[in-house]
Design a binder for this molecule. Structure first.
Ligand code: SF4
Length: 437
């Protein structure tokens, strides 16, 4: 796992009663050289103090030389509450310092979303978003990458790691697979977490792949910005896993993603996964038009296609933002002035538009460039735009070479290994169409 250096580690007292959870936590702490004896046990009595402290530990006052700042976030170990009636946490909230959110207590007590159908047709159609409905799982909240364009990366106060994975896999993942025959590939991604950064000590993907292997034709995506993949060689059912990388160019990795390592590391991770027989898919998301973005993205796309063999490559600009928010959160002097001017000029018209802040024509110009660069090196790799508008698909579908109604992409529920779509009557269409058909 990543060599995290948490400023403090906590464990909810109920974890102590479960030997398997304690062993998992001990394994992870040993990997990061954090003494088990220093872990603070959260009880009903000290909860208010712990909650107060968690508000103050991040961001750190100082970062020791050589340390990655975003690796210093506190860790909270807990168990996922998989009961159908979770206890009401509001009485506990009343004892906590003013301003404590119920969300903070919910994560500490493992009241997280266990699984969710992301991108249902109705919502995507209303929001003019082309994607595929896909069920997401997850067992951790928060991420240690610290990306500046990500709310969790910038502001998350701590990472919460649930430890009762066997129970989660049996009581959540198995039943959800059985109840949703249309979903062939499931994402392990919820709550802004990058789960493979905690492997192999965490042991989630071993259990996930084993569960998937109990069902014919079912797979799971690991969705990551990390290059921590060597452990995958020891996963017995790794043929059930599909690797999807959120990736970028070197300038963005260096300046805006302080905890991910270099962009080329992710390509190297893809190459290793190719060798292990794990399908590899790259998603340039978010594409950020830094100065010299053409040279930057051209180089990394060339490397991706020369050094590895992805099944698909996708593109999505920096979206879900306003110009105002972008100027507050990104170092604007690092961005391409022409693109920034276009976003500034469109600030009013793009307000409330999901694909803001860059206007349609700016995004289209960038996509066109990225498509051309990918095609320079590979005539067959499947290309797509991710969570873009129907209008953008209409204009780019010929260059992309795919039909927006049924396209192979990175992390969809129907993109099974081998560049294939596993469609069936009743589920034959992306959210380009208002219904699954
Ligand atoms: S890769 Fe496909 S399924 Fe995943 S977010 Fe993009 S469009 Fe949606």
């Amino acid at each position: 796992m990543y060599p995290l250096t948490p400023s403090k580690v906590y464990v909810l007292d109920r974890v102590n009663a479960d030997a398997r959870c304690m062993a998992r936590m001990a394994r992870m702490l040993e990997a990061i050289h954090y003494p088990v004896a220093d872990v603070v046990c959260i009880t009903d009595a000290n909860l208010p103090e712990v909650v107060q402290e968690l508000q103050t530990l991040w961001p750190p006052q100082t970062v020791p030389p050589g340390q990655v700042r975003s690796y210093m976030r506190p860790l909270v170990f807990t168990t996922m509450d998989v009961s159908s009636h979770r206890p009401d946490l509001r009485p506990l909230l009343e004892r906590c310092p003013k301003g404590t959110s119920l969300n903070t207590l919910s994560t500490i007590f493992g009241h997280m979303t266990t699984a969710i159908d992301q991108h249902p047709h109705g919502r995507d159609w209303t929001e003019n978003c082309v994607c595929w409905p896909t069920i997401n799982f997850g067992t951790v909240t928060g991420c240690s990458h610290g990306c500046l364009y990500c709310g969790t990366g910038r502001g998350g106060k701590f990472l919460t790691i649930t430890l009762n994975l066997e129970e989660y896999i049996d009581r959540v993942v198995g039943p959800v697979i059985e109840c949703n025959p249309w979903n062939k590939v499931f994402r392990m991604i919820l709550n802004g977490a990058d789960l493979i950064t905690l492997e192999p000590e965490y042991g989630l993907h071993e259990l996930f792949a084993r569960k998937l292997a109990q069902y014919e034709g079912r797979y799971g995506h690991f969705h990551t910005g990390s290059s921590n993949v060597d452990w995958l060689a020891d996963i017995e059912h790794r043929d059930r896993l599909v690797g999807v990388w959120s990736t970028t160019c070197e300038a963005v990795a260096r300046d805006l993603e302080p905890g991910t390592g270099q962009a080329i590391d992710r390509i190297e991770a893809g190459r290793k996964c190719n060798e292990m027989g794990i399908p590899v898919r790259y998603k340039f998301k978010p594409v950020i038009p830094v100065r010299a973005w053409r040279d930057e993205y051209a180089w990394i796309i060339e490397q991706a296609l020369k050094r590895s063999h992805p099944e698909s490559i996708g593109f999505c600009l920096y979206i879900w933002n306003t110009y105002e928010n972008m100027s507050k959160t990104l170092p604007m002097d690092l961005l391409d002035p022409v693109c920034v001017d276009a976003a500034r000029a469109a600030a009013e018209t793009m307000k409330g538009v999901r694909t803001g802040p860059f206007p349609h024509d700016t995004r289209k110009e960038i996509y066109r460039f990225l498509i051309r660069e990918a095609r320079r090196w590979d005539k067959d790799v499947l290309l797509y735009i991710s969570t873009e508008t129907r209008d953008m698909w209409d204009e780019l579908k010929d260059e992309l070479g795919q039909d927006p109604r049924a396209y192979v992409c990175g992390c969809s529920s129907v993109a099974v290994p081998g560049r294939r779509l596993a469609l069936e009557p009743g589920f034959r269409c992306s959210t380009y169409h208002p219904t699954p058909l």
